[in-house]
Design a protein around this ligand. Structure first.
Ligand code: AP5
Length: 214
């Protein structure tokens, strides 16, 4: 089961991708998480990615494509995976299609989590991420048991640098310009389902599992 998550920044791709990964026993591959781990570890890739991410821009395709193609070739991806945040441009989607074709594979499902821009701006201000393990919460919709402390590892929770309102607006513009065309790309392959991302987290997940057929 090879699944792609599409949707605006903050639409809930990561939240749903984690639930899908747990239910179907497949890896959750988030390019945003990979970049944030590289930034935390001070790698060359992290340094390069940070300059784009802090401005709300996409990291150039050439820094992303090989990284993802290598990752989906690893052993734990044999039974599938859920890609969260990749592809994000038509060239990335084409590179993925081509790489999978070479392995005799294809994407099975593309899920578009649809949330209007005005909801996104409000939602992002309440998101909190753990500095230690990267787990994500929401102050209202997905709160931790203890305020400011990660339920998973006890780490400190922060507002991501790119979740500040001015950067969120830029990320939304980039999404409409460069990522939204992927909805037509996967619709034309007959594998896309749009789900309403404005409803409760569990209801979004129900709509997704109905589509995935299990
Ligand atoms: P990335 O980390 O992928 O950010 P994003 O796509 O902007 O998505 P987010 O992680 O912000 O949101 P999400 O949709 O996962 O929502 P979440 O589940 O957290 O990428 C960051 C940056 O890295 C990019 O801007 C770019 O620079 C770079 N990058 C990454 N991949 C790249 C690529 N392929 N090419 C080039 N550059 C790349 O939910 C958001 C909040 O809402 C949470 O607080 C959550 O608890 C809450 N929530 C979730 N669902 C609901 C619901 N149904 N109701 C109420 N609240 C909800």
């Amino acid at each position: 089961m090879k699944i792609i998550m599409l949707g605006a920044p903050g639409a809930g791709k990561g939240t749903q991708a984690k639930k899908i990964a747990a239910k179907y026993g497949i890896p959750h591959i988030s390019t945003g998480d990979i970049f944030r781990a590289n930034i935390k570890n001070g790698t060359e890739l992290g340094k390069k990615a940070k300059t784009y991410m802090d401005q709300g821009l996409l990291v150039p395709d050439e820094l992303v494509v090989d990284l993802v193609v290598d990752r989906v070739n690893q052993d734990d991806c044999k039974n599938g995976y859920v890609l969260d945040g990749f592809p994000r441009t038509i060239p990335q989607a084409e590179a993925l299609t081509e790489a999978l074709e070479k392995m005799g594979q294809k994407v099975d499902f593309a899920i578009d989590v649809n949330v209007p821009d005005e909801n996104i701006v409000k939602r992002m201000g309440g998101r909190r991420a753990c500095v230690t393990c990267g787990a994500t919460y929401h102050m209202v919709y997905a709160p931790t048991k203890k305020e400011g402390i990660c339920d998973t590892c006890g780490g400190e929770l922060i507002l991501r640098d790119d979740d500040k309102p001015e950067t969120v607006q830029k990320r939304l513009n980039v999404y409409h310009d460069q990522t939204q065309p992927l909805i037509d790309y996967y619709t034309s392959q007959g594998i896309l389902r749009t789900v309403d991302g404005t409803v409760d987290i569990d209801d979004v997940f129900r709509a997704i599992t109905e589509f995935l057929g299990a």
